[in-house]
Design a protein around this ligand. Structure first.
Ligand SMILES: [Zn+2]
Length: 64
């Protein structure tokens, strides 16, 4: 699996400091989004945004 300039599938940023990102099914989630997701709950105004981002991971076949 080639890993070239990973892009966070949620915020689409490519800034991975020291590559502290999460890799799920070949999709990257940056550290910032990962931390956000951890504390996220359904009352959060950003919940739908992150849920949508995660859905892209689960719905996509793995072909990075
Ligand atoms: Zn991100």
């Amino acid at each position: 699996m080639a890993v070239a300039s990973p892009t966070c599938i949620i915020c689409l940023h490519t800034q991975f400091n020291e590559y502290k990102g999460l890799l799920i099914k070949g999709r990257h989630i940056c550290h910032k989004c990962e931390r956000r997701i951890i504390v996220l709950n359904s009352d959060d105004p950003d919940y739908d945004y992150y849920k949508w981002g995660l859905k892209k991971i689960w719905d996509c076949p793995t072909n990075a």
